[in-house]
Write a new protein. Sequence first.
Length: 386
Amino acid sequence: MLVGGVGVLTGRHQVPGIPARLVQTTLPWLVLIPVAFRLAMLVQALWTAGLGGSSVLWTFAVLHLVPNIAEAVWFFRHSATGTRLVPVADTGFAVLFALGAAPFAQDTAITSITWTHLMGTVMIWALLRGAPAGALAIGCAVVPHTLLDPASSLGLLLTLTTALVASLAVVGLVGASMRFALGFGEQQGRAAERERHRRDVHDTVLQVMESFAIPAPADELDPAASLDRVRRTARAQAMRIRISLEHESTEGIGLHQRLRLLAAEMAAEGLRAEVVIQDDSAPELPEEAAMALHDSAREALRNTLKHSGTRRAVVSVEQIGGGVSLTVRDHGAGFDVGDRRRGFGLENSIIARMAEIGGFARIESSPGLGTRVVLLAPSVLRLPVG
């Protein structure tokens, strides 16, 4: 990045691991650095000269101010092409500005404004195109100045070199910050992926194995029927795992259809889940929110199947302001929420899953009064996923 600047990251020689979109959102703010520097130095020059400065000074001040503001505004609107046009346009104006200020070299305020503008030009080239471009900009500024005013050329060279070094330091910090952010994001993504796999294993394989271990009254009365139920459940779960391994997700399927498929899945395992849809219109939900509602509802239904002692449950869906509310209700044995130790299922498969999308989960239950699980998913994700 020190050789090519931040702008090279948007071209065909992108640095691996740093997406161009991230760079394009960063570029406008980088251009503000030389622009802000120029404006700050302009205020200082005018303050030193006083309000009674000459009309020539104020003319140069306006000529210095307007293009800088226009440059910043234009770059924010056209950051994708700004790395090509802004340095060239800025250099052209800097040359004209310096030539116009040459006859007034004895005016220290005008000279200060001129040098400040040249420093900004060097900074822009260094930020967007790297050290070689910044050094070339210094040469293009110092050589003509040496011919016009040899006495001050060394001072100009040192001043512009300082601007170049400062700009390269900024480029290095930006690159290091981007890599740190990407590394942290990848680490968080891997942790989220591991957690998702843990939940998937819990919601499928472990749940089915636990359901097989629970004795049923019909096992002794009709072993063949019980064995057939076990086979159907195992077959359904094997199909679901196979689909998951082949990456054939349910993306594109609406929430209502997901819940109907979930009801059919639970029916194969012996739980009759009635899906009640308050509004037939399909809710507009992000894929992550619909998946979180579906998976949390499945975990709630599996808890009903395992612990409630009933074979019926109701799943109701309702659109509310800013999201979708989903409720899973059964009239089984229930439990004391305050005394029951929250296990992996409730804590991670429901509550944590909804929290990941900025949603909400509430579990209500009392002994003998059944259980109600209330889920709320926002229509717009409030937290980043993964």
